[in-house]
Design a protein around this ligand. Sequence first.
Ligand SMILES: Cc1cc2nc3c(=O)[nH]c(=O)nc-3n(C[C@H](O)[C@H](O)[C@H](O)COP(=O)(O)OP(=O)(O)OC[C@H]3O[C@@H](n4cnc5c(N)ncnc54)[C@H](O)[C@@H]3O)c2cc1C
Length: 331
Amino acid sequence: MDHNYSGILVYLQQAGGGIFSGSMELLAKAIELTQEDPEAEVYAVTAGPLSEEGLAKQLAGYGIRRLFLYSIPADGASLHALSADLVYDAICQCRPAVVLISATIEGRILAPALGIRCGTGVTADCTGLRLEPGQRLIQTRPAFGGNVLADIATEHSRPQIATVRPGIFDPAAPHSGSEAIPYECTRLTAANAAPFALLSHHPRHPGISIESADRIVAIGAGVRSREDIQLFEDFAAQIGAVLACSRKITEKGWLTPDRQIGLSGRSVAPKLLILCGISGSVQFLAGIRRASNIIAINKDPDAPIRAAADLFVEGDVYEFLPALSRLLREE
Ligand SMILES: Cc1cc2nc3c(=O)[nH]c(=O)nc-3n(C[C@H](O)[C@H](O)[C@H](O)COP(=O)(O)OP(=O)(O)OC[C@H]3O[C@@H](n4cnc5c(N)ncnc54)[C@H](O)[C@@H]3O)c2cc1C
C-alpha cells in the first residue's frame, strides 16, 4: 500500500445557493478528526455555480487548507457534480488519506464511481468515524438490519472513502475569531466533464423537510387507520410541527418516505419530538439521536422507547392527544 496519503478531503455538495448542510457536518467532523494529528490537513472540493467569493464567506473560518473549486453555471450543476473525474482530479492533487461524502443521491452515485477510479474501498452510510494512528479510518455502520454496529477499516488501499448519512454529525461552526484563516483555492478545469446531461428536475415532494424541522409529531403502528392520520396532522399543525412517522406507516403507504425517521429514513434533530404509538426499535432510534425533548406516548409501559424518552406518557394516544389539544387550546 502507498502510505504517501495524508489528510481528509470533504466533498461539499452545493444546494439552494449554499453548501448542503450534510456536507458542512462532514467538514466539522473532518476538522475534529484531524485535531490530534498535526500532519493531517483538511481539504474540500466542490462543483457548482457558487463563486470563490461566495464560498469564502461560508468557509473562511473553518480551517480548510485548500479548496478545489469547479465553477459551472446553475443549470449545469447536477450534470458536472455527478462526475467522479472532478473529485478524482482533486484527489490526485492533494492525495488525502480519507475522502468524506454525504450520502445523498448525488453522493451515493459519486462515491462508488470514485472508489472504482481510485481502486479503493467505499464504506457506505457510516454513522460514526474515528481516526487511528497512521490516519487509519475506523468507519462504523449498522449491519445485519441495524442490530449490530460494525467497525470497518480499508486496510490495503488509499484513500479511504466513506459516505455518511446527513444529520448524523453536528454541523460545522467556524473557529471563534478566525475570520481570516486563509485557504488556497485551486480551480479545476472542465477537461473531464461528466457524460451525463440533466434534462429536467422534478422534486417529488416539494416543501417537506423533516430534517430541518424544530418540532415533529411522529406516528407509528399505534395509529389504527389512514383516516386517523388527520387527527395527528391537525395536532401537529396546532403546535407548529411537521408530521413524520416510523417505517410501519410508510410501508402501508399512508405517508411518503420523505416523512420516515430512522435507519432507512431520515435523521432528525428537532427541539421537540412527540412520538405517538411508536415502540422504539433500534432502527427508528438511529434517526432521533440528535433530537432533544422527546415525549413518547405509548400504552405499553415496557416499550423500548421509554428508555430514550425524556417524558414517557403511558396511555392510549387516542385519548391523550385530543385531551392535550383541548388543554392547549384553552390556554
Ligand atoms: C434494515 C432495516 C431498516 C429499518 N429502517 C427503519 C426505519 O428507518 N424507521 C423505522 O421506523 N423502522 C425501520 N425498520 C423497522 C423496525 O425494525 C420496526 O419494525 C419499526 O420501527 C416499528 O415501527 P413502530 O414502532 O411504528 O411499530 P411497532 O413496533 O409495532 O410499535 C407500535 C407501538 O404502538 C403502541 N401502541 C399501539 N396502540 C397504541 C395506542 N392506541 N396508544 C399508544 N400506543 C399504542 C404499541 O404499544 C407499540 O409499542 C427497519 C428494519 C430493518 C430490518
